[in-house]
Design a protein around this ligand. Structure first.
Ligand SMILES: Nc1ncnc2c1ncn2[C@@H]1O[C@H](COP(=O)(O)OP(=O)(O)OP(=O)(O)O)[C@@H](O)[C@H]1O
Ligand SMILES: [Mg+2]
Length: 232
């Protein structure tokens, strides 16, 4: 049994059958990436785990408990935090207010996320709407950590960010992983994935087309040609 066991889920938008039997797992302390071209179903997979989309079949077991059918807030309370693509921060609140409303009892405290992101400490009195894209991403990750999840799920955290900010996010994810956090990461930047991941999955048209260890993936260049050429 893994921390997260997704088995054969099928998810739809209306009549459109987007996930056609996706299975994947994340063990405690593991950082796993989910790769794939645009439209492959990566975001839908993350939403199906977090309860934003309800799969019509299959199972999502977290700590051996079924998550399908539970409401989003109950899934969050079970210990799953999703940082969505559009970051979901409150523009009219300050950085610190955004952080404080996210706090739940546990290991991560406000001072810890300020240690992790000194930039957020400097900007703590700024409004959410005054932040750069990179700062918004940092705030979104910090908020997720303050929820004290057991599994952190990130949807393209480096998308659209300048290389120096991408490096900063990578450094932070390495630090987060060192605390023993389990992470499921969707990321189009292969260099970022290879710096962080223990294992990779590749989605293609709503199915898992490949899975392998970081070492196998690095050794098998054909995988990226077959499944990732367009997005790499
Ligand atoms: N809200 C929605 N309503 C209808 N169809 C959707 C919706 N969101 C996504 N889709 C469709 O579902 C499929 C999978 O989309 P999804 O966003 O999961 O892909 P993705 O792998 O995350 O892509 P990207 O790399 O562009 O983020 C695509 O064909 C997309 O057009
Ligand atoms: Mg997506």
């Amino acid at each position: 049994m893994s921390l997260l066991d997704v088995e054969n889920i099928h998810s739809y938008y209306g009549k459109s059958h987007v996930l056609e039997g996706v299975s994947l797992s994340v063990d405690t302390g593991e950082l796993v990436t989910l790769l794939g071209r645009n439209g492959a179903g990566k975001t839908t997979t993350l939403r199906s785990i977090a309860g934003v989309v309800q799969p019509k079949a299959g199972s999502v077991k977290f700590n051996d408990q079924e998550m399908i059918g539970r409401e989003i807030h109950r899934i969050a309370r079970a210990g799953i935090a999703l940082v969505p693509e559009h970051r979901g921060i409150f523009a009219l609140l300050t950085v610190e207010e955004n952080l404080k409303i996210a706090v739940r009892d546990g290991w991560w405290k406000l001072t810890d996320v300020y240690d992790l992101f000194p930039r957020l400490f400097e900007r703590r009195r700024n409004g959410g709407n005054a932040l750069s894209g990179g700062e918004q991403q940092m705030l979104a990750i910090a908020r997720a950590l303050l929820n004290n999840p057991k599994l952190l799920i990130l949807d393209e955290p480096t998308e659209g960010l300048a290389p120096v900010i991408v490096d900063e996010i990578v450094r932070v994810l390495i630090d987060i992983k060192r605390t023993g956090m389990s992470v499921l990461l969707v990321e189009q930047n292969l260099a970022v994935c290879e710096k962080l991941a223990d294992r990779h999955y590749v989605l293609e048209q709503g199915r898992i087309a490949y899975s392998g260890s970081a070492a196998d993936f690095a050794a098998d260049r054909s995988v990226r040609d077959r499944y990732l050429a367009l997005s790499a």
